[in-house]
Design a protein around this ligand. Structure first.
Ligand code: HEM
Length: 495
């Protein structure tokens, strides 16, 4: 009898706690925007994890102001929308990027565990350290000094595609890998660039880290779930790769980014942290967009012709032998011209970014006061703010036929990003992309050489010609590989 009483009382207490927590404590004292339907106790809004873009669209249309609130585990999120929302999200000093992503992305493993150092750093100081090093690597004179290595890497990549007896390449592998190698030249180690096994190992464990991110690692960051174990293992393997390189450096100095980090006093685990940060910031975005741009060019005779004409024009301006093969002519094009002389190629990339950058961005209100949204609603202190890029990039009032890849949107005179923060694909306000200049350079370099080496069209895995670029899954959490395989059938150009 007494067991029954205890069980019943405990159950009743649990139900009361869940009700009070859900209705009052979780909703907070502040005037947060309307809560979404299906914001469950403990888990929060499941749609945020399972079908992100659809979830945002539905929640936005149900909310009177367009803004809405929900939970991810115990974290309160306020989603802002529209131009006003964008202004607050991107311009507010109190909203911190690093604190937002460090909790809501859930990918970065604790590499400190592999080191005996007793350092405790919060997300802010880790971010500041990361940015300080990155500032060094994105100085234009530094990039210029690495440019010959980068060009040689791209040439080697093109030769590998040309010599592949299948005559086809999957750009989401080959072009993506090239982007990875260029990042390694920018901010990795010479050993990684020279030894393909090391490069492959890093790519493999980075992919494992990326896959492990999701609901479980955000809601239960320390629980030994399968994704948590994968993330920890990948972090450990990356640490081992870097630590082996670092140990060799006690015998031999090299003139490369790792040496710079070591001279700055960094230990192995900090170098791994930096490397992982660079890969998350620069590989997925650049790699997927470069590959997707190539697929779009393959399925647009108009833009393929425009872009190749641009390459011929620039190459012709600098070539020592104007009768040589186009790719040889490109070898004479200087660094500066690769930065500035490819506007058509740039427009192709920009519209790819508009379509592929369909992700939620995050911030956290780290101040002690609520941040006003201008309509009586607020982002409470400690809460997270989120903005879904699709709110701007898929707005038909800004971009007619928003799902269509159309670089003419970015032609001089018709630029569609003039209205308040309508293009946020490179970030804006307080946090514009730090790697933008480098990313544009690598894109121009790869696209120009690809166009100079090959004629190409799209095929499926059975060799049937395809007329459309791969479908983008807008519900993904960031730029990702398409679900169906697309190949570029390449024919080397004679001239
Ligand atoms: C096509 C390629 C790229 C795209 C589309 C892109 C896009 C973006 C976007 C949208 C943001 C702002 C995120 C936000 O506001 O929440 C951002 C920030 C950032 N990006 Fe990029 N990115 C690219 C390549 C790179 C590369 C290659 C690097 C590094 C070499 C890089 C480093 C960064 C960093 C460090 C930040 C954070 C800036 C801050 O905290 O203030 N990005 N990027």
């Amino acid at each position: 009898m007494s067991t029954l009483l205890v069980t019943t009382t405990s159950l009743a207490a649990l139900i009361i706690y869940v009700l009070v927590h859900t209705l009052y404590i979780r909703k907070g004292l502040h005037k947060t925007p309307q809560f979404v339907r299906g914001n469950y106790p403990i888990l929060g809004a499941v749609g945020f994890w399972t079908r992100r873009w659809d979830f945002f669209k539905e929640a936005r249309s149900f909310s009177k102001s367009g803004n809405f609130s929900f939970h991810a585990g115990s974290n309160l999120l306020v989603c802002v929308t529209g131009e006003k929302g964008r202004r607050v999200f991107y311009d507010s000093r109190e909203l911190r990027l690093e604190e937002g992503y460090s909790v809501l992305f859930g990918q970065i493993p604790d590499t400190k565990l592999n080191d005996d150092a007793d350092l405790r750093e919060d997300a802010r100081s880790t971010h500041q350290r990361f940015m300080r090093h990155l500032q060094h690597f994105i100085k234009i004179d530094y990039i210029r000094s690495r440019f010959p290595l980068m060009r040689a890497e791209v040439r080697a990549g093109m030769e590998a595609i040309k010599n592949d007896p299948r005559g086809v390449t999957d750009p989401f592998d080959s072009i993506y890998r090239l982007i990875f190698m260029l990042l390694i030249h920018l901010a990795g180690g010479d050993e990684m660039a020279k030894d393909h096994n090391i490069a492959d190992e890093i790519l493999y464990y980075f992919a494992m880290l990326d896959e492990s991110a999701g609901a479980t690692t955000v809601m239960f960051p320390r629980t030994p779930s399968w994704p948590f174990l994968k993330r920890t293992y990948a972090g450990f393997r990356l640490y081992t790769v870097v630590d082996n390189i670092v140990k060799q450096r006690s015998k031999q100095r090299l003139d490369d980014p790792i040496q710079y980090l070591l001279d700055e006093g960094e230990r192995s685990y900090k170098i791994v942290e930096f490397l992982i940060g660079i890969l998350f910031a620069g590989l997925l975005n650049s790699g997927i967009n470069a590959a997707y741009t190539m697929c779009c060019l393959a399925s647009s005779p108009e833009w393929l012709a425009k872009a190749r004409q641009e390459v011929r024009l620039v190459a012709g301006k600098y070539a020592k032998d104007p009768n040589g093969p186009l790719y040889r002519q490109l070898d004479d094009v200087p660094f500066n011209a690769f930065e500035t002389d490819f506007p058509a190629v740039g427009a192709c990339l920009k519209d790819s970014i508009r379509l592929n950058q369909m992700m939620a961005q995050f911030r956290r209100n780290c101040s002690r006061h609520a941040i006003k949204l201008g309509n009586g609603e607020v982002i409470p202190p400690g809460a997270f703010a989120t903005y879904h890029v699709g709110d701007a990039h898929m707005d038909p009032d800004i971009y007619p036929e928003p799902e269509k890849w159309d670089p003419s949107r970015w032609s001089p005179g018709v630029e569609q990003d003039k209205k308040g923060y309508a293009f946020v694909g490179w970030g804006c306000g307080k946090h514009p992309c730090m790697g933008m200049r480098f990313a544009k350079l690598e894109q121009n370099l790869i696209t120009a050489y690809f166009l100079a080496y090959f004629d190409f069209h799209l095929e499926d895995e059975h060799g049937s010609k395809l007329a459309e670029p791969p479908e983008i899954d807008y519900n993904q959490h960031g730029p990702g590989r398409p679900k169906t395989k697309h190949f570029l059938k390449v024919t080397p150009l004679e001239k």
